[in-house]
Structure formats: structure tokens, C-alpha cells
Design a protein around this ligand. Structure first.
Ligand code: ASP
Ligand code: MG
Length: 404
């Protein structure tokens, strides 16, 4: 019998009616003859509310206790779903992360799954039950509850699929799949039938919704992931690593991200070791630096610009101002109204012309490019935030993605 892992997001289990709807969908998968393991997010905005509650008690909630608190959201939805299934006459059992054997490291709030002991789940499946696992959580070696970070239920789902050697992982949400761009910004964005892990990874980190770690995991273990709607019956998008991806010579999508800020150190001394002096302390406090540009020096002085997540800007400036003197910088400037726009596609590898077409399209739309970075399958331009939606639309048009 083939095993399918399904994940339902917060909106899909947002109220009693929707939970019953999910139960019907799970029941029909089971009726088709599959074994089913389900993982759920917390209902609606439950996790946000728990975060607010913690903050109303203390400005700095203890990380261990925060995880105990946040893990409860998924316990509620998994227990309710199991009740709804039993009401339909389907045998089921809800399990906490710990009961499901999900072991993690001890980084509270951002824990990583180290191992899954599938014994208990296997036993429940052998008893003919649907197994419902509370998403986004596990247990540390010290037997403390841990959570995987916001949005982490996607990662739970893929990890379960990998550990149980499921046929595939199905992620149900309130949108119908992965689009060529954010449909709220580009009205004629098109739903993709399929996408490669690499492309999805780039799109996930740039706005389209899925926990990036879940895609990395899916790629490593070769788990096909179907993203589809739990509310309408439509085909969805299959994320996989299939061979037919190689021959596609296209941009898969346009992504944008507004969580970007820029820091510039002016008049930095151009001598060996300066970059290390600046970036080591940032790494030490866990700030990840994205695009870095160092200008050619004039009179042994250079300007160095880099971007960080906007949410890290204050901390980054704190660190950089402290070390600016050691680096001989004249001034530290920053701006937090930046955004990134990217074109993504495996088809761009070793194919010329994509970058120039992108720059031309942005120029024609009157958009100034501040910085440029590329990976093998992505070209990203830093633009001003108030132009990023226009930029997204212009690129969608330039690469004719509406005809996908
Ligand atoms: N409930 C958690 C969150 O809101 C995890 C998830 O939904 O994936 O971040
Ligand atoms: Mg999510």
C-alpha cells in the first residue's frame, strides 16, 4: 500500500467547518487505498496570538518556554482533526512531535530535525489508522519541546515523508500552487504545473510561500511535493527534480522581496583583512549578509555596500558602527527602503541573454538598478521599494510568463 503524507496549513484548518472539510479530504485519500499521515499547522492566526500573549506577559520570553507555548497551537488542530475523522468513522490518532519520534537539536525557536524514530507511527499505521502529527515541533535530546521556526510545518511534512519513504508529500494551502509571480501583484500570473526544487528554493526565499528548509529537505531526499489548494479542486504544482526540467529553457518565475536594507561603509581603507574585519562580527551575531559590492579603490580608499534583512538592520548598524573605526571607514550610511526583484529559472544556466533582457526591461520601465547579484539559476536586482511591484510586472511581461 502506498503512503501519502499530507500537510494542511493554518487557513485550511482555520475553523470547525474547514477542519471537517480537511477530514473529508483525508478520508477520501484513505478510501482510495492509501496509508495517510497528516501534519497540520495551528488554526488560522493561533501562533501569532500565542506570540502576542507571550509578549504581553514579558518583553523577553524565555526561549524554552516560548517553544512549549507555541507548540500548543498544533496540538489543538491535530486533536480536532482526529476527532472529525473519527466522526466520519475513520480510525485516527493524533500525535505530538515527541510521540511521532521527531528529534531535534536544542536551538529553541529554530530547531532542526536530527532524526525521526518512525516506530510509533508505523505501529499506528499497521493498526489501520490515519496518523495526525502536530506540525512544527519536536523534542530535544534533553526531552524539551522545540519548534522549527515560523512556517515550520512544511518542514515537518517533508521530513515525515522522507522518513516514512512516502510516495509523495502533498501540501495543502489556501492558494492553488506556485505561480510565475505573486498574483496579487501580477494579475495575469500563471500557475505552474511543475517546478524544480532549485527553482522553488529561489522562489520560496523570495516571497512565494513555503518554508525554504522543507524544499532543501525534499531535494536531498528526492521527495516529490505537490502544492495545492484544500479549498478548491484544482491540479496544483508538483515540485520535483525530474529529468524533463533540463530541456526547459525558460524563466520559471519572477520573485520579489521587500525585507531588504542596505548598509554602506564609505571611505574604507583598501588593505588585506578589511572584509574579514567587517563581516566576521556580523556573522558572530547571526546576521546573514546578502549582496556585497566593493567598489574599485581610489587613493587606497573604497566604499563597501551590503544588504541584510530589514529586520536585522538595527542590529547590523550597531555592529558595523562599532567596527567602522577599525576598518578606517569615514562614514556609515544605510537605507531601509530597498527591495529585491529576481528572475528564476533552471533554463537560464549556460544560456546567454537573460541578464541583458532583464536590465533592458527595468530600464524601459524607468527603474534604477542599485545592485546586481546572480546565482546559476537566478538574477537579482536591488531596486527602490516603491518601484518593486512595477519591476515585477515589467519582468513578467518581458519574459512572456503570462503565456506559460
Ligand atoms: N504555526 C506555525 C506558524 O504559524 C507553523 C506553521 O504554520 O507552519 O508559523
Ligand atoms: Mg505556511
Amino acid at each position: 500500500m502506498s503512503l501519502i503524507v499530507q500537510k494542511y496549513g493554518g487557513t485550511s484548518v482555520g475553523d470547525a467547518e474547514r477542519i471537517r472539510n480537511v477530514a473529508r479530504r483525508v478520508a477520501s485519500t484513505k478510501e482510495q487505498g492509501h496509508e495517510v499521515v497528516v501534519t497540520v499547522s495551528a488554526m488560522g492566526k493561533a501562533t501569532d496570538e500565542l506570540v502576542d500573549l507571550a509578549r504581553s506577559v514579558t518583553a523577553q520570553p524565555d526561549p524554552r518556554e516560548m517553544d512549549v507555548l507555541l507548540s500548543t497551537g498544533e496540538l489543538v488542530s491535530s486533536a480536532l482533526l482526529s476527532m472529525a475523522l473519527r466522526d466520519l468513522g475513520v480510525l485516527s490518532v493524533s500525535l505530538t512531535g515527541q510521540q511521532a519520534g521527531i528529534r531535534t537539536d536544542a536551538t529553541h525557536g529554530k530547531a532542526r530535525i536530527s532524526q525521526i524514530d518512525t516506530g510509533r507511527m508505523q505501529q499506528e499505521l499497521d493498526d489501520g489508522k490515519v496518523v495526525i502529527v502536530a506540525g512544527f515541533q519536536g523534542i530535544t535530546d534533553e526531552m524539551n519541546v522545540s519548534t522549527l521556526g515560523r512556517g515550520g510545518s512544511d518542514t515537518t511534512a517533508v521530513a515525515l515523508a522522507a522518513a516514512l519513504e512516502a510516495e509523495r508529500c502533498e501540501v495543502y494551502t489556501d492558494v492553488e500552487g506556485i505561480y510565475t509571480a505573486d498574483p496579487r501583484v501580477v494579475p495575469d500570473a500563471v500557475k505552474l504545473a511543475e517546478i524544480s526544487y532549485e527553482e522553488m528554493l529561489e522562489l520560496a526565499s523570495y516571497g512565494a510561500k513555503m518554508h525554504p528548509r522543507s524544499i532543501e529537505l525534499a531535494a536531498v531526499y528526492g521527495v516529490p511535493v505537490l502544492v495545492a489548494s484544500s479549498l478548491v479542486d484544482a491540479p496544483g504544482t508538483l515540485i520535483h527534480g525530474g529529468a524533463e526540467m533540463e530541456v526547459r529553457n525558460k524563466v520559471a518565475g519572477v520573485a520579489y522581496d521587500t525585507n531588504v536594507a542596505k548598509v554602506t561603509l564609505l571611505g574604507v581603507a583598501d588593505r588585506p583583512g578589511i572584509a574579514a574585519t567587517i563581516f566576521e562580527p556580523l556573522a558572530e551575531v547571526g546576521i546573514s549578509v546578502d549582496t556585497i559590492v566593493q567598489n574599485a579603490s581610489v587613493d587606497r580608499l573604497t566604499d563597501l555596500t551590503f544588504t541584510v534583512a530589514r529586520s536585522d538592520l538595527t542590529r547590523a548598524l550597531g555592529v558595523v558602527r562599532d567596527i567602522a573605526k577599525d576598518a578606517g571607514a569615514r562614514e556609515v550610511a544605510s537605507s531601509d527602503n530597498m527591495a529585491k526583484v529576481s528572475i528564476v529559472g533552471t533554463g537560464m544556466q549556460n544560456a546567454p541573454g537573460y541578464a541583458s533582457r532583464m536590465f533592458r526591461a527595468l530600464f524601459d520601465a524607468g527603474i534604477n538598478i542599485e545592485m546586481i547579484t546572480t546565482s546559476e539559476i537566478r538574477i537579482t536586482c536591488l531596486v527602490s521599494e516603491d518601484q518593486v511591484k512595477d519591476a515585477t510586472r515589467a519582468l513578467h511581461r518581458a519574459f512572456e510568463l503570462e503565456t506559460e
